[in-house]
Design a binder for this molecule. Structure first.
Ligand code: FES
Length: 141
């Protein structure tokens, strides 16, 4: 495998938590993604934004909220199934998170998605906001 595409050691990808990493897309723009381990041991990865308000990050740099195989958006409480990416509750119910292809090999997790090149482990440093500071949602938050 291409060591430049190695996201992390496979043992460092947690179940019940997210591991944030940064990629560069075909336009040269930085974008965030996170990987996590499913209960069956499979490692999956998704772009790090909510399908409701796409400028809201699911993992704000200290891990997304994950329970029962679902990642939560902390803005309005949408939940996304980590095995399928499908939102099964919340304002964007029925939408699907954008998946990022990764492969586990040689004890590591490798980015294996022709749309992206690995930049580094951790946040992009580009957009650290939660996308909602300038707007008020229906709960007043
Ligand atoms: S921004 Fe994620 S549920 Fe509204």
């Amino acid at each position: 495998m291409d060591e430049d595409a190695r996201v992390a050691d496979a043992d460092d990808v947690p179940e019940g938590e997210t591991l944030l990493f940064t990629v560069r897309d075909g336009d040269g723009e930085l974008a965030e993604a996170f990987c996590t381990r499913l209960s069956d041991g499979t490692v999956v990865a998704y772009r790090n934004y909510c399908q409701h308000w796409t400028d809201v990050r699911l993992d704000k740099g200290d891990g997304a909220r994950v329970t029962n195989g679902e990642v939560w958006c902390q803005k309005h409480g949408a939940t996304f199934q980590l095995d399928t990416g499908v939102c099964d509750f919340g304002p964007c119910e029925g939408s699907v998170m954008e998946s990022v292809d990764v492969t586990v090999a040689d004890g590591g997790v490798y980015l294996n998605d022709e749309e992206y090149a690995l930049e580094h482990l951790g946040p992009s440093g580009v957009d650290e906001g939660d996308g909602g500071d300038s707007r008020i949602d229906f709960t007043g938050n």
